[in-house]
Design a binder for this molecule. Structure first.
Ligand code: FES
Length: 163
């Protein structure tokens, strides 16, 4: 991915377009967007794959043994599990916290980065914490904390209940 991005940065638009075709348009136009900081294992925190995820009403049951979740195997790992609308954060060997991935500002779900225990939505650059001053999805808030959901870890199974 990085090699492809570097290649695209140096070759866009003419040469690469000729090689890769239409799909390149988005890759070129997104080169100025912030890249999510990687997990401890180097994996991308954004995951659009629903593998290992079972949704049933307000409950998401997540099989952490699935390869999609290697990024949150280590403490400090996080991911944006878009298939379930969740930001998952590994805080200890026995605890994973789960937050609504809907930005409290205007609802963007896919531009999160994480550092110093804060999530930043890079749509407008607002930063939200993980404390108790929870702000609702798309409520217009530009500060405060993300909405947190109940997350119960049992073996390799994480059960998140949205309420
Ligand atoms: S939508 Fe997230 S900061 Fe504006």
């Amino acid at each position: 991915m990085k090699n492809r991005r570097d290649f695209l940065k140096t070759t866009c638009p003419t040469v690469a377009f000729a090689i890769f075709g239409v799909s390149l348009i988005q890759a070129c136009s997104s080169s100025d967007e912030p890249m999510p900081n990687p997990n401890p294992d180097g994996s991308s925190p954004i995951n659009n794959d629903s593998g290992g995820v079972t949704l049933n009403g307000n409950t998401a049951t997540i099989d952490l043994s699935h390869s999609n979740f290697s990024g949150i195997a280590s403490v400090g790992g996080w991911m944006n599990l878009t298939a379930a609308g969740l930001l998952l954060l590994r805080v200890s060997s026995t605890t994973i916290r789960a937050f609504d991935n809907c930005c409290p500002h205007q609802g963007t779900k896919t531009q999160w980065t994480f550092s110093n225990n804060n999530f930043t939505c890079n749509n407008h650059g607002n930063t939200f914490g993980t404390g108790s001053n929870q702000q609702a999805c798309s409520s217009g808030a530009s500060s405060g904390d993300l909405t947190e959901f109940s997350a119960v870890l049992s073996g390799d199974t994480l059960t998140v209940t949205k309420s």
